[in-house]
Design a protein around this ligand. Structure first.
Ligand code: PMP
Length: 382
Protein backbone atom coordinates (compact mmCIF):
# COMPACT_ATOMS: atom_id res chain seq x y z
CA UNK A 1 0.00 0.00 0.00
CA UNK A 2 1.10 3.52 -0.59
CA UNK A 3 2.84 5.06 2.37
CA UNK A 4 3.12 8.78 3.08
CA UNK A 5 6.62 9.28 4.44
CA UNK A 6 6.12 12.63 6.17
CA UNK A 7 9.34 12.60 8.16
CA UNK A 8 11.99 15.31 8.46
CA UNK A 9 14.36 12.73 6.97
CA UNK A 10 14.77 10.35 5.40
CA UNK A 11 12.45 11.96 2.86
CA UNK A 12 10.75 10.38 -0.17
CA UNK A 13 13.01 9.85 -3.18
CA UNK A 14 11.68 11.01 -6.58
CA UNK A 15 11.26 8.13 -9.10
CA UNK A 16 13.86 9.55 -11.50
CA UNK A 17 16.36 9.67 -8.62
CA UNK A 18 15.47 6.09 -7.60
CA UNK A 19 16.35 4.98 -11.11
CA UNK A 20 19.65 6.84 -11.00
CA UNK A 21 20.45 5.10 -7.71
CA UNK A 22 20.52 1.79 -9.51
CA UNK A 23 22.99 2.72 -12.24
CA UNK A 24 25.84 0.22 -12.67
CA UNK A 25 28.80 0.83 -10.38
CA UNK A 26 32.01 2.21 -11.82
CA UNK A 27 35.73 2.34 -11.11
CA UNK A 28 36.12 5.11 -8.56
CA UNK A 29 39.67 5.67 -9.80
CA UNK A 30 38.59 5.92 -13.43
CA UNK A 31 37.62 8.73 -15.82
CA UNK A 32 33.80 8.33 -15.47
CA UNK A 33 34.05 8.85 -11.75
CA UNK A 34 36.10 12.01 -12.26
CA UNK A 35 33.29 13.42 -14.40
CA UNK A 36 30.70 12.36 -11.81
CA UNK A 37 32.42 13.77 -8.72
CA UNK A 38 33.19 17.04 -10.46
CA UNK A 39 29.63 17.40 -11.67
CA UNK A 40 27.99 16.67 -8.31
CA UNK A 41 30.46 18.89 -6.45
CA UNK A 42 29.56 21.79 -8.74
CA UNK A 43 25.86 21.03 -8.31
CA UNK A 44 26.10 20.97 -4.53
CA UNK A 45 28.00 24.29 -4.63
CA UNK A 46 25.10 25.75 -6.61
CA UNK A 47 22.67 24.81 -3.84
CA UNK A 48 25.10 26.14 -1.20
CA UNK A 49 25.44 29.36 -3.24
CA UNK A 50 29.20 29.20 -2.74
CA UNK A 51 32.53 29.25 -4.49
CA UNK A 52 34.17 27.72 -1.43
CA UNK A 53 35.36 24.13 -1.51
CA UNK A 54 32.65 21.59 -0.80
CA UNK A 55 33.70 18.06 0.10
CA UNK A 56 31.44 15.07 -0.19
CA UNK A 57 32.04 12.39 2.44
CA UNK A 58 30.62 8.88 2.80
CA UNK A 59 28.66 9.34 6.03
CA UNK A 60 25.39 10.42 7.58
CA UNK A 61 25.06 13.99 8.83
CA UNK A 62 26.66 13.37 12.21
CA UNK A 63 29.92 12.39 10.51
CA UNK A 64 29.90 15.76 8.77
CA UNK A 65 29.40 17.48 12.13
CA UNK A 66 32.37 15.57 13.50
CA UNK A 67 34.40 16.64 10.44
CA UNK A 68 33.46 20.27 11.14
CA UNK A 69 34.95 19.96 14.63
CA UNK A 70 38.07 17.87 14.05
CA UNK A 71 39.29 19.76 11.00
CA UNK A 72 39.16 23.30 12.36
CA UNK A 73 39.64 23.04 16.12
CA UNK A 74 42.13 21.71 18.64
CA UNK A 75 41.80 20.29 22.15
CA UNK A 76 41.64 23.21 24.58
CA UNK A 77 40.04 25.60 22.08
CA UNK A 78 37.18 27.62 23.46
CA UNK A 79 33.96 27.42 21.45
CA UNK A 80 30.58 29.05 21.84
CA UNK A 81 27.87 26.43 21.27
CA UNK A 82 24.35 27.72 20.69
CA UNK A 83 21.72 25.07 21.24
CA UNK A 84 17.99 25.24 20.64
CA UNK A 85 17.34 21.50 20.69
CA UNK A 86 18.62 17.95 20.38
CA UNK A 87 20.96 18.59 17.45
CA UNK A 88 22.46 21.71 18.99
CA UNK A 89 23.22 19.54 22.01
CA UNK A 90 24.83 16.94 19.75
CA UNK A 91 27.13 19.49 18.11
CA UNK A 92 28.29 20.71 21.54
CA UNK A 93 28.87 17.12 22.68
CA UNK A 94 31.05 16.37 19.66
CA UNK A 95 33.21 19.44 20.40
CA UNK A 96 33.46 18.38 24.03
CA UNK A 97 34.40 14.85 23.02
CA UNK A 98 37.43 16.22 21.17
CA UNK A 99 38.56 18.26 24.17
CA UNK A 100 37.24 21.69 23.25
CA UNK A 101 36.21 23.96 26.10
CA UNK A 102 32.56 24.39 25.29
CA UNK A 103 30.68 27.46 26.46
CA UNK A 104 27.18 26.20 25.79
CA UNK A 105 24.18 28.47 25.73
CA UNK A 106 20.81 26.76 25.79
CA UNK A 107 17.69 28.44 24.52
CA UNK A 108 14.22 27.21 25.29
CA UNK A 109 13.20 24.40 22.94
CA UNK A 110 10.80 25.84 20.39
CA UNK A 111 12.58 29.21 20.27
CA UNK A 112 15.43 30.46 18.10
CA UNK A 113 18.85 31.68 19.25
CA UNK A 114 18.57 35.12 20.85
CA UNK A 115 21.16 37.02 18.85
CA UNK A 116 21.39 39.77 21.50
CA UNK A 117 22.76 37.20 23.88
CA UNK A 118 25.32 36.10 21.31
CA UNK A 119 26.36 39.71 20.87
CA UNK A 120 26.83 40.06 24.62
CA UNK A 121 28.96 36.92 24.68
CA UNK A 122 31.18 38.11 21.83
CA UNK A 123 31.47 41.64 23.27
CA UNK A 124 32.55 40.13 26.59
CA UNK A 125 35.22 38.05 24.85
CA UNK A 126 37.75 40.86 24.84
CA UNK A 127 40.71 38.54 24.30
CA UNK A 128 38.90 36.92 21.37
CA UNK A 129 39.31 33.47 22.82
CA UNK A 130 36.37 31.86 21.04
CA UNK A 131 37.73 29.94 18.10
CA UNK A 132 34.32 28.99 16.76
CA UNK A 133 30.59 29.47 17.12
CA UNK A 134 28.54 26.30 16.68
CA UNK A 135 24.97 26.70 15.53
CA UNK A 136 22.18 24.56 14.14
CA UNK A 137 20.59 26.20 11.14
CA UNK A 138 17.35 24.23 11.20
CA UNK A 139 16.71 22.47 14.50
CA UNK A 140 14.88 19.37 13.36
CA UNK A 141 13.82 18.35 16.87
CA UNK A 142 11.75 21.52 17.34
CA UNK A 143 11.03 22.86 13.83
CA UNK A 144 12.85 26.12 14.50
CA UNK A 145 15.16 27.92 12.09
CA UNK A 146 18.02 30.18 13.20
CA UNK A 147 18.98 33.34 11.34
CA UNK A 148 22.49 32.66 9.99
CA UNK A 149 22.77 36.04 8.31
CA UNK A 150 22.08 37.80 11.60
CA UNK A 151 24.68 35.65 13.35
CA UNK A 152 27.26 36.49 10.74
CA UNK A 153 26.58 40.22 11.16
CA UNK A 154 26.93 39.94 14.92
CA UNK A 155 30.19 38.06 14.61
CA UNK A 156 31.51 41.05 12.65
CA UNK A 157 35.30 41.21 12.98
CA UNK A 158 35.54 38.61 15.72
CA UNK A 159 37.86 35.88 14.36
CA UNK A 160 35.65 32.97 15.53
CA UNK A 161 34.63 30.64 12.72
CA UNK A 162 30.93 30.03 12.22
CA UNK A 163 30.36 26.26 12.01
CA UNK A 164 26.85 25.34 10.95
CA UNK A 165 24.82 22.16 11.14
CA UNK A 166 22.36 22.60 8.29
CA UNK A 167 21.63 18.91 7.91
CA UNK A 168 17.90 19.58 7.51
CA UNK A 169 18.14 23.15 6.18
CA UNK A 170 20.37 23.19 3.10
CA UNK A 171 18.39 22.72 -0.08
CA UNK A 172 15.21 23.60 1.80
CA UNK A 173 15.80 27.17 2.92
CA UNK A 174 17.82 29.95 1.35
CA UNK A 175 21.42 29.85 2.59
CA UNK A 176 23.80 32.33 0.97
CA UNK A 177 27.05 30.77 2.14
CA UNK A 178 29.39 33.31 0.55
CA UNK A 179 27.28 36.44 0.82
CA UNK A 180 26.73 35.76 4.52
CA UNK A 181 30.34 34.71 5.10
CA UNK A 182 29.60 31.36 6.68
CA UNK A 183 32.80 29.36 7.19
CA UNK A 184 31.63 25.77 7.38
CA UNK A 185 28.23 24.30 6.62
CA UNK A 186 27.40 20.64 6.98
CA UNK A 187 24.45 18.94 5.39
CA UNK A 188 23.41 15.41 4.52
CA UNK A 189 21.78 13.50 1.69
CA UNK A 190 18.49 12.32 3.12
CA UNK A 191 16.69 15.59 3.72
CA UNK A 192 16.41 18.42 1.21
CA UNK A 193 18.61 16.64 -1.32
CA UNK A 194 16.09 13.80 -1.67
CA UNK A 195 18.54 10.89 -1.85
CA UNK A 196 18.99 8.02 0.62
CA UNK A 197 21.28 8.54 3.63
CA UNK A 198 24.96 7.80 3.12
CA UNK A 199 26.69 10.98 2.03
CA UNK A 200 27.23 14.32 3.72
CA UNK A 201 28.61 17.60 2.42
CA UNK A 202 30.93 20.08 4.12
CA UNK A 203 31.73 23.55 2.76
CA UNK A 204 35.01 25.18 3.77
CA UNK A 205 35.82 28.90 3.54
CA UNK A 206 39.41 30.15 3.07
CA UNK A 207 39.41 31.24 6.74
CA UNK A 208 38.39 27.75 7.74
CA UNK A 209 41.25 26.29 5.66
CA UNK A 210 43.63 28.59 7.55
CA UNK A 211 42.23 27.17 10.81
CA UNK A 212 42.66 23.66 9.40
CA UNK A 213 46.42 24.29 9.19
CA UNK A 214 46.47 24.98 12.95
CA UNK A 215 44.09 22.21 13.99
CA UNK A 216 45.50 19.50 16.26
CA UNK A 217 42.45 17.27 16.64
CA UNK A 218 43.15 13.72 15.50
CA UNK A 219 41.61 12.93 12.12
CA UNK A 220 42.02 10.35 9.46
CA UNK A 221 38.70 9.33 7.89
CA UNK A 222 37.40 12.88 8.35
CA UNK A 223 40.54 14.65 7.07
CA UNK A 224 39.14 17.29 4.72
CA UNK A 225 42.61 18.28 3.51
CA UNK A 226 43.02 14.77 2.20
CA UNK A 227 39.53 14.91 0.61
CA UNK A 228 40.48 18.16 -1.13
CA UNK A 229 43.73 16.70 -2.48
CA UNK A 230 41.93 13.69 -3.90
CA UNK A 231 39.15 15.85 -5.36
CA UNK A 232 41.79 17.80 -7.27
CA UNK A 233 42.48 14.61 -9.23
CA UNK A 234 38.80 13.69 -9.51
CA UNK A 235 38.85 11.09 -6.76
CA UNK A 236 38.00 10.53 -3.11
CA UNK A 237 40.34 9.20 -0.39
CA UNK A 238 38.17 6.12 0.26
CA UNK A 239 35.70 4.11 -1.81
CA UNK A 240 32.77 6.50 -2.27
CA UNK A 241 29.05 5.75 -1.86
CA UNK A 242 28.62 5.36 -5.64
CA UNK A 243 24.83 4.87 -5.80
CA UNK A 244 24.28 7.98 -3.69
CA UNK A 245 26.44 9.95 -6.08
CA UNK A 246 24.63 8.87 -9.24
CA UNK A 247 21.37 9.55 -7.38
CA UNK A 248 22.69 12.94 -6.32
CA UNK A 249 23.55 13.82 -9.92
CA UNK A 250 19.89 13.32 -10.84
CA UNK A 251 18.56 15.10 -7.74
CA UNK A 252 20.75 18.10 -8.48
CA UNK A 253 19.26 18.30 -11.97
CA UNK A 254 15.90 18.89 -10.31
CA UNK A 255 17.40 21.87 -8.43
CA UNK A 256 18.90 23.37 -11.57
CA UNK A 257 15.81 22.73 -13.71
CA UNK A 258 13.50 24.34 -11.14
CA UNK A 259 15.88 26.98 -9.83
CA UNK A 260 16.63 27.70 -6.17
CA UNK A 261 14.00 30.43 -5.83
CA UNK A 262 11.28 28.00 -6.86
CA UNK A 263 12.49 25.30 -4.47
CA UNK A 264 12.73 27.62 -1.45
CA UNK A 265 9.36 29.27 -2.16
CA UNK A 266 7.71 25.88 -2.50
CA UNK A 267 9.09 24.73 0.83
CA UNK A 268 7.72 27.83 2.56
CA UNK A 269 4.38 27.23 0.88
CA UNK A 270 4.24 23.65 2.17
CA UNK A 271 5.07 24.92 5.64
CA UNK A 272 2.26 27.46 5.49
CA UNK A 273 -0.28 24.85 4.38
CA UNK A 274 0.78 22.55 7.22
CA UNK A 275 0.61 25.25 9.87
CA UNK A 276 -2.78 26.52 8.72
CA UNK A 277 -4.22 23.00 8.69
CA UNK A 278 -2.93 22.11 12.14
CA UNK A 279 -4.01 25.40 13.66
CA UNK A 280 -7.52 25.09 12.24
CA UNK A 281 -7.77 21.81 14.16
CA UNK A 282 -7.13 23.76 17.34
CA UNK A 283 -3.61 22.34 17.66
CA UNK A 284 -0.77 24.36 19.14
CA UNK A 285 2.49 24.66 17.24
CA UNK A 286 5.82 24.56 19.04
CA UNK A 287 7.54 27.23 16.92
CA UNK A 288 6.43 30.81 16.52
CA UNK A 289 5.75 32.03 12.95
CA UNK A 290 8.84 34.27 13.13
CA UNK A 291 11.24 31.31 13.27
CA UNK A 292 9.15 28.46 11.84
CA UNK A 293 11.10 25.93 9.79
CA UNK A 294 10.24 25.31 6.14
CA UNK A 295 11.33 21.68 6.61
CA UNK A 296 9.39 20.39 9.60
CA UNK A 297 6.50 21.47 11.80
CA UNK A 298 6.34 20.36 15.44
CA UNK A 299 2.81 20.12 16.79
CA UNK A 300 1.79 19.72 20.45
CA UNK A 301 -0.50 16.77 21.07
CA UNK A 302 -3.80 18.11 22.44
CA UNK A 303 -3.92 18.21 26.21
CA UNK A 304 -4.55 14.78 27.68
CA UNK A 305 -3.46 12.97 24.50
CA UNK A 306 -0.23 11.11 23.85
CA UNK A 307 1.68 12.08 20.74
CA UNK A 308 2.81 8.46 20.37
CA UNK A 309 -0.82 7.27 20.21
CA UNK A 310 -1.53 9.82 17.46
CA UNK A 311 1.50 8.73 15.43
CA UNK A 312 0.62 5.05 15.91
CA UNK A 313 -2.92 5.50 14.62
CA UNK A 314 -1.72 7.68 11.76
CA UNK A 315 0.68 4.92 10.71
CA UNK A 316 -1.49 1.87 11.31
CA UNK A 317 -4.76 3.16 9.92
CA UNK A 318 -3.77 5.72 7.33
CA UNK A 319 -0.20 4.82 6.32
CA UNK A 320 0.99 8.29 7.19
CA UNK A 321 4.39 8.21 8.88
CA UNK A 322 5.15 11.12 11.20
CA UNK A 323 8.08 11.70 13.54
CA UNK A 324 7.77 11.85 17.31
CA UNK A 325 9.25 14.17 19.89
CA UNK A 326 12.86 13.73 20.98
CA UNK A 327 14.32 13.83 24.48
CA UNK A 328 12.28 16.19 26.67
CA UNK A 329 9.59 16.49 23.99
CA UNK A 330 9.08 12.74 23.74
CA UNK A 331 5.38 11.83 23.59
CA UNK A 332 4.48 15.53 23.85
CA UNK A 333 4.80 16.57 20.23
CA UNK A 334 4.62 14.98 16.82
CA UNK A 335 6.49 16.34 13.83
CA UNK A 336 5.34 16.60 10.25
CA UNK A 337 8.17 16.68 7.73
CA UNK A 338 7.36 18.63 4.56
CA UNK A 339 10.70 18.90 2.81
CA UNK A 340 12.04 17.48 -0.41
CA UNK A 341 9.83 15.41 -2.69
CA UNK A 342 6.54 16.43 -1.07
CA UNK A 343 3.68 18.34 -2.64
CA UNK A 344 0.61 20.23 -1.43
CA UNK A 345 -1.73 17.25 -1.76
CA UNK A 346 0.53 15.14 0.49
CA UNK A 347 -0.10 17.74 3.18
CA UNK A 348 -3.86 17.66 2.55
CA UNK A 349 -3.77 13.88 2.94
CA UNK A 350 -1.79 14.21 6.16
CA UNK A 351 -4.11 16.81 7.64
CA UNK A 352 -7.13 14.76 6.55
CA UNK A 353 -5.75 11.67 8.26
CA UNK A 354 -4.89 13.72 11.32
CA UNK A 355 -8.50 14.91 11.63
CA UNK A 356 -9.82 11.36 11.50
CA UNK A 357 -7.14 10.14 13.92
CA UNK A 358 -7.86 12.84 16.47
CA UNK A 359 -11.62 12.32 16.18
CA UNK A 360 -11.26 8.58 16.68
CA UNK A 361 -9.08 9.18 19.72
CA UNK A 362 -11.80 11.41 21.15
CA UNK A 363 -10.30 14.85 20.63
CA UNK A 364 -12.73 17.70 19.98
CA UNK A 365 -12.20 18.20 16.24
CA UNK A 366 -14.64 18.61 13.41
CA UNK A 367 -13.98 16.71 10.19
CA UNK A 368 -12.97 18.98 7.34
CA UNK A 369 -11.80 21.88 9.53
CA UNK A 370 -8.10 21.40 8.99
CA UNK A 371 -8.40 20.31 5.37
CA UNK A 372 -10.50 23.38 4.58
CA UNK A 373 -7.92 25.75 6.06
CA UNK A 374 -5.15 23.97 4.15
CA UNK A 375 -7.14 24.12 0.91
CA UNK A 376 -7.67 27.81 1.43
CA UNK A 377 -3.93 28.41 1.60
CA UNK A 378 -3.48 26.38 -1.59
CA UNK A 379 -6.21 28.27 -3.44
CA UNK A 380 -5.00 31.67 -2.25
CA UNK A 381 -1.54 31.03 -3.68
CA UNK A 382 -2.59 29.93 -7.16
N1 PMP B 1 21.58 17.62 12.62
C1 PMP B 1 20.30 17.82 12.27
C2 PMP B 1 19.76 19.20 12.30
C3 PMP B 1 19.52 16.73 11.87
O1 PMP B 1 18.25 16.91 11.52
C4 PMP B 1 20.08 15.44 11.84
C5 PMP B 1 19.28 14.24 11.42
N2 PMP B 1 17.99 14.22 11.86
C6 PMP B 1 21.41 15.30 12.22
C7 PMP B 1 22.13 16.41 12.59
C8 PMP B 1 22.08 13.97 12.25
O2 PMP B 1 22.16 13.45 11.00
P1 PMP B 1 22.37 11.88 10.76
O3 PMP B 1 21.24 11.18 11.45
O4 PMP B 1 22.29 11.80 9.25
O5 PMP B 1 23.68 11.53 11.30
Amino acid sequence: EKEYLMLPGPTPVPPRVLRALSEPLMNHRGPSFKVLIEEVTEGVKYVYQTKNDVLILPSSGTGGMEAAIVNFLSPGDKVLALSIGAFGDRFATIAQTYGCIVDKVDFEWGTAVDMNLVKEKLDADKKQEYKAILITHNETSTGVCNDLQALSKIRGDHPALILVDSVSGLGVMDVKTDEWGIDVIVTAAQKGFMIPPGVCFVSVSPRAWAAYEQSKCPKFYWDLGSAKKFLEKGQTPVTPALPQLTGLREALKIFTEKGLDYVFAKQLYLRDITRAGARALGLKLLADDSCASAAVTAVWAPEGFEAKAINKKMREEYNVVLAGGQKKLENKIFRIGHLGYVQHLDILATIGALEMTLKELGAPVELGQGVKAAQEVIMSRK
